[in-house]
Design a protein around this ligand. Structure first.
Ligand code: GTP
Ligand code: MG
Length: 303
């Protein structure tokens, strides 16, 4: 966990140096004033924490400060950090059936958010845990998507199950499950499209992929991970809700956390969407993925 903690901390460098660093300075000295609360609220909103989440968080901290008769800013800072950790009811990777049982992970999200790269990183993560990983190229729409996944599969040294460009992603998923079962491989990660030609409906296609997988393996997919791009701010939330409603998203991969100075979006996702953040993307290479841990995250925002 130490290594992952370092990665998470590293990816939050820009965030720490901007909004959250300034929040830390607010609590440096002295008394608690009305201005302090106003500034705190403003900085949290600027850091992508989201208006509703910010208001609720600041209210809770104010209430506790009053109840616990805290007068020093330093004491309020401790309460703030505790409440921030509490914003995440759960931490860590999804619970999956243990090997040798086959676990199926479906990865969804808007185009360009980092799905395929995250799949490769997840492949490495689970490989390191000793699992026999297989990838399925379920994005049959975008021309280069299949090849891109094959390149990652080559780097990982794992099989990539693919069909023809423009083919049926349900069929690819079906074949991939069958292939894993025939060969005794125990972790299948399915890539999906982020965008389709307008005459098709992406949500319907994703639902179909789910149904096809379920036909062979009733409890699958065991996790449906929504990839969210941390650099896109609050707009991403509306898109994410769309996916969450359509395909029973079970958790979030917050990609490109290293690419933003506003790393507060995790709070809005957890509170406003009620979804657990399970992994964060910390860069562009295979090892740039860390399991999300709320305490480490909050510490890294200020440390
Ligand atoms: N800095 C950084 N870049 C990332 C991260 N994850 C993905 N990227 C970059 O984001 C870009 C898009 O990544 P993809 O994995 O192709 O995204 P996608 O969602 O599969 O895109 P489509 O297949 O077009 O829908 C690539 O240039 C990746 O290198 C991350 O955690 N940090
Ligand atoms: Mg892709």
């Amino acid at each position: 966990m130490r290594l992952f903690g370092d990665k998470l901390k590293q990816s939050l460098t820009r965030t720490r140096q901007s909004f959250f660093g300034r929040i830390g300075s607010l609590f440096g000295t002295g008394e608690v004033t009305d201005e302090l609360w106003d500034e705190l609220e403003e900085l949290l909103i600027q850091a992508d924490v989201g208006v509703n989440t910010t208001v609720a968080l600041v209210q809770e901290v104010r209430d506790r400060t009053r109840r616990e008769r805290v007068r020093e800013a330093a004491g309020v800072f401790v309460i703030l950090k505790e409440e921030m950790v509490k914003a995440f009811p759960t931490s860590g990777p999804p619970a999956l059936p243990a090997a040798p049982d086959l676990a199926v992970v479906l990865v969804v999200g808007v185009n360009g958010v980092g799905k395929t790269t995250s799949i490769a990183k997840l492949g490495r993560f689970y490989q390191n845990q000793g699992r026999q990983v297989v990838l399925a190229a379920g994005d049959t729409f975008r021309a280069a998507a299949i090849e891109q996944l094959q390149v990652w599969g080559g780097r990982l040294g794992v099989p990539v199950i693919a069909g023809k460009p423009g083919g049926d992603p349900g069929a690819v998923a079906f074949d991939a499950v069958a292939s894993c079962r025939a060969r005794g491989q125990d972790l299948l990660i399915v890539d999906t499209a982020g965008r389709l030609h307008t005459k098709f409906n992406l949500m319907e296609e994703l639902k179909k992929v789910r149904r096809v997988v379920q036909k062979q393996l009733p409890n699958a997919p065991h996790a449906t991970l929504l990839v969210i791009d941390a650099t896109t701010g609050q707009n991403a939330l509306a898109q994410a809700e769309h996916f969450a409603r359509a395909v029973d998203v079970t958790g979030v991969v917050l990609a490109k956390l290293d690419g933003t100075a506003k790393g507060g979006m995790a709070f809005a996702i957890a509170r406003e969407m009620g979804l657990p953040i399970q992994f964060v993307g910390t860069g562009e290479t295979l090892d740039d993925l860390a399991p999300f841990d709320a305490a480490t995250y909050v510490e890294a925002l200020f440390a």
